[in-house]
Design a protein around this ligand. Structure first.
Ligand code: 5AD
Length: 472
């Protein structure tokens, strides 16, 4: 794997230019004479940015004449937009690729492509294996996906292409997202990552940090509002390290919060080190900014934080939590935890539990460490690996602890009346699902035409993770 990464890197620069000029040239030749049958089905795995990327690809493909459908059985092109963060995420996609092959029986010309982070990580291996993949495209290749797909379907481009150049200049400028269903719009403000947390594959599959221009972000938010969205979520791998000629993330958040007609803005995923007093003050003073902050801590042990190269200590982190709660008193906090990282001893793990107990996060995403080829952590001594069974037990203990904390945190909110943005119909008959500003999910009774509107809802009970409520 290390080899794959190195190969990709050495080819990256030249390839990017070639990809770009080919994109322009071939796109010019192909526009208006598309392949027969032009529908695309896109399935998305992984983080919110992947949802945003899928919407961008939908836009690029629409420009190439491809309409998005929600049934793979009706599609001429199937794309699977993937995640590489843990082995489990990749295994799910490999299984899914196997299942999707059956659509070839009914559609001899069906094209199946893999896009996103796993495509970038595995690259040509996905074409060579028995995976049944015709096209592989990494996160910087979406601009090319329209002409590439259409060219392949017309026979003008050979099948079996891998678009893997990481392009430091690709800022996705001028691309137009076609947003999916939903009442909240995703707006990517930054891509890539300059941190080198030793467990994480992201810098290698998404490349270095790239920030969009301030005016472009604000412009996209204005467009989203004009299109009827009243809530946006700003996205970036370390979104709060955003910086451009016109300001830093606090400035950007301030500008977005002031877009007329926007009622709610959230952002994810911040790095604790870049949560500044100014950012928190902006959150406190701008009514549109939701009092919600994701603060991924990963571990409560200084020894492990050091091995992870997180660049903060347990104490720094706890001080950040205090600062956030002092400046934004009603803030809802969530986190990410990795258990079973290389070298994690029982005492380190206990430190993670005690941190969870001390902070009492509203929500926590809990993971078992997954070794990712090409990351610095793979060079730590194998003797330090935590046995799988131990990691599993630690995960279960963490889940149990956090469940109890979440239940008690949420019980304390029962009885309150909250403004809820109605998002969709719930699985339980007659119910709608919505979200409070503090990101709590509430099921309540109401007609479907409330979707997209705000309702005052009394929280009547909680299951632990979610609430039931009644319109107040
Ligand atoms: N193994 C397990 N979890 C990981 N994450 C990132 N890389 C890994 C890995 N190799 C988790 C971190 C991060 C979240 C998005 O995914 O907790 O914050």
């Amino acid at each position: 794997m290390t080899q794959l990464v190195a190969l990709r890197r050495s080819r990256a620069a030249g390839n990017a230019d070639r990809q770009r000029s080919e994109a322009e040239g071939v796109a010019g030749a192909l526009v208006g004479r598309g392949a027969p049958g032009r529908t695309v089905y896109i399935e998305t795995y992984g983080c919110q940015m992947n949802i945003g990327d899928t919407e961008l690809m939908a836009g690029v493909l629409a420009d190439a004449g491809y309409a998005r459908v929600d049934d793979p059985g009706r599609a001429d092109v199937i794309l699977v937009n993937t995640c590489a963060i843990r082995e489990h995420a990749e295994n799910r996609v490999l299984g899914r690729l196997g299942q999707l092959q059956r659509y070839r029986d009914r559609h001899a010309d069906l094209l199946i492509g893999v896009t996103g982070c796993m495509a970038q990580r595995l690259g040509e291996a996905l074409l060579q294996g028995a995976y049944g993949v015709d096209l592989v495209a990494g996160p910087d290749a979406y601009r090319s996906i329209g002409w590439m797909v259409d060219g392949m379907r017309r026979g003008a481009v050979e099948k079996g292409q891998a678009l893997l150049a990481l392009d430091a200049d690709e800022d996705y400028g001028g691309l137009r997202a076609i947003r999916g269903e939903g009442v909240s719009a995703w707006v990517t403000v930054q891509r890539g990552c300059d941190h080198r947390c030793t467990f994480c594959i992201v810098p290698y599959v998404r490349g270095p940090e790239k920030n969009r221009a301030f005016s472009e972000v604000v412009g996209e938010v204005e467009e989203a509002v004009a299109a009827g969205y009243s809530e946006v979520t700003l996205l970036g791998q370390t979104v709060n390290s955003y910086r451009s000629g016109d300001g830093d993330f606090a400035d950007l958040l301030h500008a977005v919060a002031r877009v007329p007609g926007l009622r709610r803005v959230r952002f994810t995923s911040p790095h604790p080190n870049d949560v500044t007093e100014r950012l928190l003050e902006t959150m406190a003073s701008e009514p549109a900014v939701c009092p919600q902050l994701h603060l991924p801590v990963q571990s409560g042990s200084d020894r492990i934080l050091k091995r992870m190269v997180r660049r903060y200590t347990r104490r720094d982190f706890l001080e950040k939590v205090d600062l956030a709660r002092r400046i934004v008193p009603d803030i809802a906090l969530s986190t990410d935890i990795i258990v079973g990282f290389s070298g994690e001893m029982e005492a380190d793990f206990e430190a993670t539990l005690s941190l969870l107990a001390a902070v009492r996060f509203d929500d926590a995403y809990l993971y078992k460490y997954s070794r990712r080829g090409g990351t610095p952590a793979t060079r730590l001594p194998a003797a330090d690996d935590v046995p799988a069974a131990v990691a599993q037990t630690r995960l279960e203990r963490t889940i149990e602890l956090q469940r109890g904390i979440q239940l008690s945190v949420n019980r304390a909110e029962v009885g309150a009346v909250r403004e809820v943005l109605t998002e969709r119909i719930a699985r339980s008959a007659g119910d709608l699902l919505g979200r409070t500003a503090r990101n709590k999910v509430v099921a309540f009774r109401g007609p479907a035409d409330w979707i997209g509107t705000y309702r005052r809802v009394r929280l009547t009970a909680t299951s632990g993770a979610t609430f039931t409520g009644a319109v107040a």
